[in-house]
Ligand binder design. Sequence first.
Ligand SMILES: [Fe+2]
Ligand SMILES: [Zn+2]
Length: 341
Amino acid sequence: MNTSIAHVAVTRRRFLRQTFAFSALAAFGSVPGMAAPEVSDERAAELLMIGDWGYDRNHAAQSGVAEGMRKYREEHRLRTQALLMLGDNWYGALDGGVHSPRWQTQFEQMYPAEAFDCPAYAILGNHDYQHWPDSKVGAELEYANIGKTRWFMPARWYRFAFPEASPLITFLALDSNMPFADGSATHGVNFTLTPQQQAEQLSWLESELERPRTTPFLAVMGHHPVYSDGPHGDHPVLMRDWDPLFRKYKVDLYLAGHDHDLQHLEFEGHPTSFFLSGGGGADLYDLKIDPSERGPYGQKIYGFSHLSVTPKQMMLRHLDSDGRILHAFTRTPEGKIAIVT
Ligand SMILES: [Fe+2]
Ligand SMILES: [Zn+2]
């Protein structure tokens, strides 16, 4: 490995030590109870996210997580202003494409508009990149344009600011489906970006990052993690192509799914917090690296995640399917991080 991208992992214990070293933030360490001091913050913009959710074999776990999201929203009277759908939106067949009944049962009704009356910004995962029977990618792009839906996917990669009215965070939503290791873009029903699309997206990403910042925070999201303690591990292509840009342009946050668990990774000297939310409904995976070695957090569990943003800080939380907080941290625009739970 190129030494310039070798990272020192930050473990939870070390992280907690660092947290208490930030005197201004030390108060967070003593927040009692469920440690959600900002949930009721009127000024905060609120967004919930899930990854790996549209499972085909059974809907029990997906329904459980969706129920937890509704319960959590009610308990905390959250005004959810956006949902993020982090890919692997559809496992298995999507017969009928945009007309598949799964759009109703596993999206519109699963995360109902009565509870989540907001856009659902979606990106594509490897399970979306399948001809089953026709391109699910095509269906997902098309579904955003038909009738009344909250599904938002104007292209394979796109930019949006959140909240729309007076943005606090800029998102660059990416397509992480890189061509296969043998250089091809098709394997049976599975396909990927073409090498040309891969190059096009990379230059788009750099040109977007070069633009002057207009929001206190900048996040990038892609289905595949750059770094993961789960079975898929670290992604050599994303480490080569995207990670140097995250460092150069000081991206605050990278959001991913793909490994079916919940994670938060920090690396010493790296400006980006890596946050993975892949517990939306598909069968769970065992972690391969213990989060005590590389963390501060990782857990094999179903759940969803919550991002609150104010001009002064972001708070990110992982929650289980009962809406209980498993892990939470704050991050300032200067990049100071404190673990809350
Ligand atoms: Fe997945
Ligand atoms: Zn995946």
